[in-house]
Write a protein that binds this ligand. Sequence first.
Ligand SMILES: NC(=O)c1ccc[n+]([C@@H]2O[C@H](COP(=O)([O-])OP(=O)(O)OC[C@H]3O[C@@H](n4cnc5c(N)ncnc54)[C@H](OP(=O)(O)O)[C@@H]3O)[C@@H](O)[C@H]2O)c1
Length: 233
Amino acid sequence: MSLGRLIITGVSSGIGKALAEEALAAGWEVDGIGRNSCEAIDRHENGTFFQSDLSTTNGVETVPLRAASTGPTILINNAGTIGPIESTANLQTEELQYCMQLNVLAPMRLTARFLQEVSGEKQVYFTGSGAANYPIEGWAAYCASKAAVHQYAEVAAKEHPTIRIHAFRPGKVDTPMQGVIRNSSAAAFADKAHFVEAYEQGELVKPEHVAQKLLQVFVADREIPVIFSTSNI
Ligand SMILES: NC(=O)c1ccc[n+]([C@@H]2O[C@H](COP(=O)([O-])OP(=O)(O)OC[C@H]3O[C@@H](n4cnc5c(N)ncnc54)[C@H](OP(=O)(O)O)[C@@H]3O)[C@@H](O)[C@H]2O)c1
């Protein structure tokens, strides 16, 4: 018998992939959503992949959201982009729309659908970021998108006190997104050297570590703040 079902967006790499792998190994069913799957989901009898481009309205509105047959159903809104790394004065409509659709609107609409369509015990998580509260030059779109997600989680949690709704800050995690950050131009990104140094000093958190912390949170029987850092769990 499974522990319940995780519905995870963005399972092809990074945090979402690690969470899918750790969850399947621990006895959860996993429904992965995204443009690409991962080996763990494809190979495991409790893994299912639904292909969906979450930067499109159609992708968000049509992807199946299935309730667990036993245990809780848990939505983890994880897919995301760092967005344009560019001075605020140079940001363009299309790149802003893409970032906001994927990082903000998709999680908001998937959560709305999840709350309406999925019955039984539910939990909702958003992959938030320290960048929601800490301004990083060149990251205006990303910082704004994560601040929006944190505040959305706060409102949703207040409206639905019987459902566990949280956004988590995973820290600097060793994923392809950090590679994109290190390879971006320093022209508009004054802090770039700090990210390169953190990587070279081995300071990045492993995605498996974040995944293991989340699996603890899903079954924790104590109060956890709406916005929490996985390093504090
Ligand atoms: N890494 C960090 O230090 C860090 C820190 C704080 C927060 N986060 C957040 O953690 C989350 C996961 O990021 P990550 O670091 O694990 O980066 P990642 O390895 O780049 O993973 C991003 C995931 O999102 C998926 N995705 C991207 N565009 C998509 C689209 N249009 N439709 C559906 N899925 C899409 C990607 O899959 P495909 O490209 O195959 O579609 C991939 O599975 C993001 O929300 C990010 O903002 C990361």
